[in-house]
Design a protein around this ligand. Structure first.
Ligand SMILES: Nc1ncnc2c1ncn2[C@@H]1O[C@H](COP(=O)(O)OP(=O)(O)O)[C@@H](O)[C@H]1O
Ligand SMILES: [Mg+2]
Length: 264
């Protein structure tokens, strides 16, 4: 299954991506977590120590990889390069293991308008599109709010797009623009996870303002999760209430994907 996570900066995308990855790994699934946010910090959220996390070289910056697979130097425009580079061994060869989760740090995909056919974009797009996909393997994409540069094809292959929102209108505005992009890209399964909720009033506020977007998970505000970022440990081992909410959300997601796959 392929799960993409989007939403405004700071809402908790990386926290959710890391905790889902750890949850499914704990259930014996093979999990590949892809950090596709230019502001990459999924490694730390998975529990990798800071020194090792800052040393990770994003895929788009591994010049030999781009060159070897596409036949063109990175950053080269207009040159001939392969449109179907080999990607299936990339997780194994270029990913790093963090506590049983295979982590891939993608790096920044340059937007450059609709016609950005530079070699590194082609490689990443193909990677996102062709990774896996069977029920024993789970891909989790930690993305930024903008998903339009991924283009058609990449997103169509996702089983679910989750938009994280927090109590506040700004994250709802971002959610609305992500919904619009997802419609343009033909993504059918779009759900919200509400995060950092402190009270029933806050939850109601979100539900009243998200229109027809369905909520698939509710994560409470947790001082421990906040502290995990300050002290650099994984938020997923924080408090029980938060852990239970992650488990419920993860189960709902996999159930929904299974149901959709049976239906198609
Ligand atoms: N449920 C929560 N309770 C408290 N703090 C949270 C919660 N979820 C996320 N945070 C904190 O909010 C900040 C942003 O979270 P992060 O997952 O990095 O967001 P994003 O990836 O969307 O930018 C971090 O400091 C994180 O610890
Ligand atoms: Mg993030």
């Amino acid at each position: 299954m392929k799960i993409a996570i989007s939403g405004k900066g700071g809402v908790g995308k990386t926290t959710l991506a890391a905790c889902l990855a750890k949850y499914y790994t704990g259930k014996n699934f093979k999990v590949i977590a892809v950090d596709a946010d230019p502001d990459a910090n999924l490694a730390s959220a998975l529990g990798l120590d800071y020194e090792s996390a800052v040393k990770i070289i994003p895929l788009v910056e591994i010049k030999e990889l781009i060159e070897e697979r596409t036949g063109a130097k990175s950053g080269e425009y207009g040159a001939y390069f392969k449109l179907n580079p080999k990607v299936d061994d990339i997780p194994q060869k270029f990913g790093i293991d963090v506590d049983g989760v295979r982590l891939l740090v993608a790096g920044t995909i340059r937007a450059g308008g609709s016609g950005c056919y530079c070699p590194e974009n082609v490689l990443l797009k193909r990677l996102f599109k062709y990774l896996v996909v069977d029920m024993e393997e789970i891909i989790i994409l930690d993305m930024e709010a903008g998903i339009e540069h991924l283009g058609r094809g990449t997103c169509e292959n996702m089983d679910i797009l989750i938009i994280v929102i927090e109590p506040g209108l700004r994250s709802i505005q971002t959610a609305n623009s992500v919904i619009k992009m997802s419609k343009d890209l033909g993504i059918k399964s779009v759900y919200a996870v509400i995060n950092k909720v402190k009270s029933d009033e806050e939850k109601q506020f979100l539900i009243n303002n998200i229109g027809s977007l369905e909520v698939i998970g509710e994560l409470p505000y947790s001082d421990k999760v906040r502290e995990s970022d300050l002290k650099n440990y994984s938020p997923c081992i924080s408090d029980l209430k938060f852990k239970v909410a992650i488990a419920e959300t993860a189960e709902k997601i996999s159930k929904l994907i299974r149901a959709n796959q049976k239906g198609t």
